[in-house]
Design a protein. Structure first.
Length: 162
C-alpha cells in the first residue's frame, strides 16, 4: 500500500515499484476516471472508488498476484477495509515531499490526477497518521532509484501487518 498526499510522488514511485517487483498496479485516480465521467471528489464518490480498489485488490490476491496499491489513503476509514479484508501481509510505504516540490508538481498536468494545491491543503488537513509500522520515503525530483532500493530492502524484510 503506497500512500501519501497529492503531489508527493507516490504514483510515480508506485508505478515504478510495481514494474520492479512484477506486481499488479492499482491506482485510485485511474479507477476514479474509469468510474465517473464527471468527478466531484465527494465523500460518497471517494468511498465508491476505494470499494472498487478493494475489489480489484482482492481479485488480484486471489489469483496469487502481488499488488501495489496507490492512493492517498489519508483516513483510517479508507485504510481499514484493506487491512481487515486481506489475508496476505500488507506492507505500507508512505511517500512525502516538501511543500515547495508538491506545489511545483501540482501545477503540471498529470494523466489521471486532477488534484491541485487547494485539494492538497484540504487532504493534508484531514490526514490521519498511519498507526501501522511503515516505511517513509522522501521524494524529490531525482531520487527514484534510491527510493526504490529502500523499498525493495523493506519488502525483503517482510515488514507489514496481518
Amino acid at each position: 500500500m503506497v500512500l501519501g498526499l497529492p503531489g508527493s510522488g507516490k504514483s510515480y514511485f508506485a508505478g515504478k515499484l510495481a514494474q520492479k517487483i512484477d506486481a499488479v498496479y492499482l491506482n485510485s485516480d485511474r479507477i476514479r476516471k474509469e468510474m465517473f465521467e464527471q468527478r466531484t471528489y465527494s465523500e460518497q464518490e471517494k468511498l465508491k472508488v476505494y470499494e472498487e480498489l478493494l475489489k480489484k485488490m482482492l481479485e488480484a490476491v486471489r489469483r496469487g498476484d502481488d499488488v501495489v496499491m496507490d492512493a492517498t489513503f489519508h483516513k483510517n476509514k479508507t485504510r481499514d477495509p484493506f487491512i481487515n479484508n486481506c489475508e496476505r501481509n500488507i506492507i505500507f510505504i508512505e511517500v512525502w515531499a516538501d511543500e515547495d516540490t508538491i506545489q511545483q508538481r501540482l501545477k503540471k498536468t498529470r494523466p489521471f490526477s486532477e488534484a491541485d494545491f487547494e485539494i492538497y491543503k484540504i487532504i493534508k488537513q484531514q490526514w490521519e497518521p498511519l498507526k501501522q509500522p511503515h516505511l517513509q520515503l522522501q521524494s524529490n525530483n531525482d531520487n527514484i532509484d534510491e527510493m526504490l532500493q529502500k523499498a525493495l530492502n523493506y519488502l525483503e524484510n517482510g515488514k507489514g501487518t496481518n
